[in-house]
Design a protein around this ligand. Structure first.
Ligand code: FE2
Length: 277
C-alpha cells in the first residue's frame, strides 16, 4: 500500500507540490515541538548566545553556518535584538537533527514518510538536511523566492522537501507560497562554496520568477507539504501575533552526484543515511 493515490502522484508531477492535510497527528507535532523546546533550553544553558549573535563578525557567522551540515546549530532572526529571549528570536535550528537527535531521527524515519518518498519516485533516498523553523511573531523574516535545488544541488537534480506544519500556517503568519508547474524550468541560479573561501550565488538566468502566478499553501497543523526541488517557493515575513513553527526534511537520491562545492557538507565520519539505519 502506498501513501499516495495515482491522482496525487499525477498532481505532484504536474504541479511540483502536494499538500497532505492530517498527515501527522497533533501528538506527533507535540513530540517534535516539545523536543525542540528542550534542545533550545540546552543551548541557552550550555552555549553562550554570543556564539551566533547579530553583532558577531560576518565571517564568523558564515563559518558557523558552513560547518553546520552535520551538527545541531542555532540561527537567529536578522531583526532580533539582544534584549529578546532566545526562544522568541530564533529563526531556525539545523541541519542534522535527524541523525543526531533520537526524537528527530525517529520522527523522520516513520514508515509513512519513507513510503511517501518511494511514491514520489525515490529509489535510494538519503536524508540530507533537517531544519526546525520558528518564524516568530512580529520578527519572523521573509524567505525570498528560491528553489531548494539551487542550495542542495545534485546531478541529476533530485532534492525534494518534506515540509511539516507544526502550527497552523496562514497568509497572515507567513505560510509558504509557490508557483505550481514551474519545477519543469531550468535552474536559474546556484548557491555554492567559492574556492577562495566563502560562498556565492551563481546566476544562469537573471529573469524573475512569474510571481503573479503564485499561490498560497495555507496548511493546518499536521499537514505535510511535499515540494519538488526545482519548484520556486517563498514565504513572507510574519507580522502577525502568532508563531509559525515548521519542520523540513530534504532528501536526495543516492545515485545522484552531490556536488562537493555545495554549501552543506558532512565530515567523512558522518555519512548520509537513509530512512532505515
Ligand atoms: Fe526552500
Amino acid at each position: 500500500m502506498g501513501e499516495l493515490s495515482d491522482e496525487q502522484k499525477e498532481s505532484f508531477d504536474r504541479d511540483g507540490v502536494l499538500v497532505l492535510p492530517d498527515f501527522f497527528a497533533p501528538t506527533e507535532c507535540d513530540a517534535l515541538q516539545d523536543r525542540m523546546a528542550e534542545i533550545v533550553d540546552g543551548f541557552k544553558s550550555a552555549e553562550s548566545d554570543t556564539v551566533f549573535s547579530t553583532t558577531e563578525q560576518k565571517h564568523a557567522q558564515e563559518e558557523y553556518f558552513l560547518t553546520s551540515g552535520d551538527k545541531i546549530r542555532f540561527f537567529f532572526e536578522e531583526d532580533s535584538d539582544s534584549s529578546l529571549p532566545t526562544d522568541v528570536s530564533l529563526n531556525k535550528v539545523g541541519h542534522a537533527m535527524h541523525d543526531l537527535d533520537p526524537v528527530f531521527s525517529e520522527f523522520v524515519r516513520q514508515p509513512k514518510i519513507a513510503q511517501l518518498a518511494t511514491d514520489i519516485g525515490f529509489n535510494d533516498p538519503l536524508l540530507l538536511q533537517s531544519m526546525y523553523i520558528f518564524k516568530p511573531p512580529k520578527i519572523g523574516g521573509e524567505v525570498v523566492w528560491h528553489t531548494d535545488h539551487a542550495f542542495l544541488w545534485t546531478d541529476p537534480p533530485s532534492v525534494k522537501g518534506f515540509w511539516v506544519a507544526l502550527e497552523d500556517a496562514t497568509i497572515e503568519n507567513g505560510c509558504l507560497w509557490c508557483i505550481p508547474g514551474l519545477h519543469n524550468q531550468e535552474p536559474k541560479n546556484r548557491f555554492r562554496r567559492k574556492e577562495t573561501g566563502g560562498t556565492e550565488m551563481q546566476i544562469f538566468d537573471s529573469t524573475d520568477f512569474p510571481i503573479e502566478k503564485r499561490v498560497p499553501l495555507e496548511a493546518k497543523r499536521g499537514t505535510m507539504v511535499v515540494i519538488h526541488g526545482l519548484l520556486p517557493h517563498w514565504s513572507s515575513a510574519n507580522l502577525s501575533e502568532v508563531s509559525r513553527h515548521a519542520f523540513t526534511l530534504h532528501v536526495i537520491e543516492g545515485s545522484a552526484n552531490y556536488l562537493d562545492d555545495n554549501w552543506l557538507q558532512r565530515s567523512p565520519e558522518m555519512p548520509l543515511k537513509g530512512f532505515t539505519i
